[in-house]
Write a new protein. Structure first.
Length: 283
């Protein structure tokens, strides 16, 4: 029987002898060492096949990281054709930054297609319409700065997101979608129609305003709505939605061009919104 291997004897033995001794159990059988798949064995760079495999794997992983980072940067800062071509829906809150939203709308319009704005309630509708009005000004100013003239404008076509009926419109928080689109300026010249300006107040009924608006459109008048205040602006937008329904039987549809106006009232100058109505053939 072999004597037990003491630390003093190990000092006089070679490394190979120590390893051989340690892998044998007491019965003289050689124990199999466990293979660690995360081996710390260094790569043998003298083998061409192994070197090629290592470099190929490294390059592939590096390329995936670069591609991922580049794609993330593109979608975060640049409106690519793929992003512009897809439907874009933006929810508008009552506390959103109007000028930032207007800049986003103007940028998307220049790139190809403006987004669709989703708003619930009068406050959100007011914010959405203001953002569109400012975006129109941004587009006009940028085109004028380039000395080409504003070649396109941004139209707004509101629609109820739920059923277009009176029951839905009596909801204290109506849910609307504002479909924005680019329109050539030359396309909105309609000749010398009679001008009709309808004033919308905070206590106006949306369906009543819609009936008056539809009647002016049937008479081929150049009609617009003027509203001052959050509730009045929201009622004007709702009225346009109802007027679109009223005009379906006539085979026409309407859009609007919102812009800011200043109105003198009671020795005061108030800021409001004007909705210039654009009449088109129904699709």
């Amino acid at each position: 029987m072999e004597a037990e291997l003491t630390p003093e004897k190990k000092l006089d033995m070679s490394l190979d002898a120590i390893m051989t001794e340690c892998t044998e159990d007491k019965g003289g059988r050689v124990r199999k060492q466990k293979q660690n798949r995360h081996s710390s064995r260094p790569y043998d760079m003298r083998q061409p096949d192994r070197l090629h495999s290592v470099l190929e794997t490294s390059n592939r992983r590096h390329g995936e990281r670069e591609h991922g980072n580049r794609r993330e940067r593109d979608t975060q800062y640049i409106d690519t054709e793929e992003v512009v071509a897809s439907d874009q829906f933006v929810k508008i809150s009552a506390t959103c930054h109007i000028k930032s939203m207007a800049g986003r709308i103007a940028h998307s319009a220049r790139a190809g297609r403006p987004p669709t704005l989703l708003a619930i309630g009068h406050n959100c509708l007011n914010q959405a319409v203001k953002a569109v009005a400012i975006a129109r000004k941004y587009v006009a100013d940028s085109e004028a700065a380039e000395s080409h003239g504003a070649c396109f404008d941004i139209t707004c076509q509101p629609a109820f997101r739920e059923k277009m009926d009176d029951e839905r419109d009596r909801d204290p928080k109506p849910s609307l979608a504002l479909y924005l689109a680019k329109r050539q300026h030359s396309a909105r010249k309609r000749g010398n129609q009679k001008k009709a300006e309808l004033t919308v107040a905070s206590h106006s009924e949306a369906t009543t305003v819609a009936g008056a608006l539809a009647a002016r459109v049937r008479d081929r008048d150049d009609v617009s709505l003027t509203a001052i205040g959050v509730d009045a602006v929201a009622i004007a937008i709702r009225a346009i939605c109802h007027a679109r329904v009223f005009l379906e039987a006539d085979g026409v549809d309407i859009k609007c061009l919102p812009r800011f106006v200043h109105i003198d009232k009671a020795a005061m100058q108030l800021s409001g919104l004007c909705f210039e109505i654009i009449v088109e053939d129904a699709a």
